[in-house]
Design a protein around this ligand. Structure first.
Ligand SMILES: C[C@H]1O[C@@H](n2cnc3c(N)ncnc32)[C@H](O)[C@@H]1O
Ligand SMILES: [Zn+2]
Length: 446
């Protein structure tokens, strides 16, 4: 189907082309953007008539921009939203989250993931990178929801080589079953959990498997000072150098996605810039677990690719990248005591083009020939009057709930606030049932 969007304020996020078109149009044919341009001379109506386009969206009063990419989630964890708050990472995982997760079923992860997809659609996220369990269920949810998911299985090996072999086999199956499915909307990665929960040898095996399969790797790294101290005590070096010793950060064959990166030294930053590692910055989770402030401005100055992530819903506690964008900007400013740190446009780039790079290089900017993944942000709202600068509005004033329409891979998933791809009431009901029953089972085992 062809779709024509007209009268939009377009923020293309394309560094090589026109960045803003105040009264623009965009034509989608199949799953690709076939034309994008100025509509002040009424070009759109002519195209609609000439081509006999059935679906025309009048985007007067809306910003048209690429969809947002959430580069670090644990989507099934949406069921654990608010399950355990106000704790440090180690205690939170060991005393609350892992015992609860030990009771997870495939059905739980399906409904948790679908709820997560719904929340992402409602807040402008068209693509995400996930690391969790029962990933077939998350894949089915992505298939249904119509967004893009780059899925990895969270492998925790704890230095047990036999367990490592089993974990790798599960991730390998995910890759062989799902890579490229749903017209390429589903992609996969390998997900060794972290340098303090997996051995160096195992993480090296995961990287090898990823290179063999031609897919990326997704890992947590230097999230807390406790991790840094643990690595120094046990290996006499930080996590980054510990994994560099097995060439883990080499991106010449496959992408490497590193979540958190809070406790990075200047040397680590230089190495990531040279290697081309993508950092997923998760400021809200880092603040909530009091993990620290990642040196993002320093990373950007050094040329590191930095994207944004929410982390799981148990440490955020939502999936809104609009909140994440604002928090990222504010945290960097107060962390460096420099109000010019992480300006608005740089944050929008993190949430769009930088994140998309690691998921699908044909997304993240609006340009001819690119895949049709985009959102309309409603600016016919009190919090959007006036707008002097579109990036300032998106980062400092807008909310996820201002997203009114979403198109992914040329298909409309939400139009004028109506989600077209799932029964919202049913998803919320089923997810709540699963969540309360999971909590009950976890409590009984205590
Ligand atoms: C894939 C695994 O990662 C866990 N997990 C969720 N949030 C975090 C975090 N901030 N840091 C490390 N691990 C986390 C999940 O609870 C799951 O056990
Ligand atoms: Zn995480």
């Amino acid at each position: 189907m062809s779709i024509l969007i007209k009268n939009a304020y377009i923020a293309t996020m394309d560094k090589d082309g026109t960045s803003e078109i105040p009264n623009g149009f965009l034509l989608i044919e199949d799953n690709l953007i076939s034309q994008i341009g100025d509509n002040s001379n009424g070009a759109a109506d002519k195209i609609a008539a000439d081509k006999g386009i059935g679906k025309v969206i009048d985007a007067e009063g809306a910003i048209l921009m690429p969809g947002l990419s959430n580069t670090h989630t644990h989507l099934g964890m949406t069921l654990l939203r608010g399950y355990a708050d106000d704790m440090a990472l180690k205690d939170w995982l060991e005393k609350q989250i892992w015992p609860a997760e030990a009771n997870l079923t495939a059905e739980d992860v399906y409904w948790g993931s679908l709820l997560g997809c719904l929340e992402m659609i409602r807040s402008g996220t068209t693509a995400f990178c996930d690391m969790y369990f029962f990933m077939d269920e998350t894949a089915k949810a992505v298939e249904k929801a119509g967004i893009r998911g780059c899925l990895s299985y969270g492998m925790i090996e704890f230095g047990d080589a036999e367990k490592g072999t089993k974990e790798l086999a599960v991730n390998e199956k995910l890759v062989s079953d799902w890579q490229g499915k749903a017209n390429g909307r589903i992609t996969t990665m390998f997900g060794p959990h972290a340098p303090n929960t997996c051995s160096q040898a195992f993480i090296a095996r995961a990287k090898e498997a990823a290179e063999k399969a031609g897919v990326g790797v997704h890992i947590h790294v230097l999230e807390t000072e406790a991790e840094l101290n643990y690595m120094k005590e046990n290996f006499d070096m930080c996590s980054v150098h510990h994994l560099d010793a097995v060439d883990f950060w080499n991106t010449s064959k496959v992408p490497v996605l590193a979540a958190h990166c809070v406790w990075m030294s200047d040397g680590d930053i230089k190495l990531f810039a040279e290697k081309g590692v993508t950092v997923s910055h998760n400021p809200i989770s880092n603040m909530k677990l009091a993990s620290g402030i990642a040196p993002i401005q320093k990373m950007l100055d050094a040329g590191v690719i930095v994207a944004l992530g929410t982390d799981g819903c148990a440490s955020n506690n939502n999936l809104s990248l609009f909140e994440e964008m604002k928090t990222a900007a504010l945290l960097q400013k107060v962390g460096t005591m420099d109000p010019t740190a992480l300006p608005a446009k740089a944050v929008v780039e993190m949430a769009t083009v930088s994140g998309a790079q690691v998921i699908d290089k044909q997304t993240g900017v609006l340009k001819t020939g690119g895949k049709a993944d985009m959102i309309l942000v409603d600016v016919n709202k009190a919090n959007a009057a006036p707008i002097f600068d579109v990036y300032s509005h998106l980062v400092y004033a807008a909310a996820g709930s201002d997203v009114k329409t979403m198109i992914v891979d040329g298909k409309i998933l939400m139009e004028d606030y109506n989600v077209l791809v799932m029964d919202e009431e049913e998803v919320m009901k089923k997810a709540k049932e699963c969540a309360y029953s999971l909590a009950e089972r976890a409590k009984q085992k205590e």
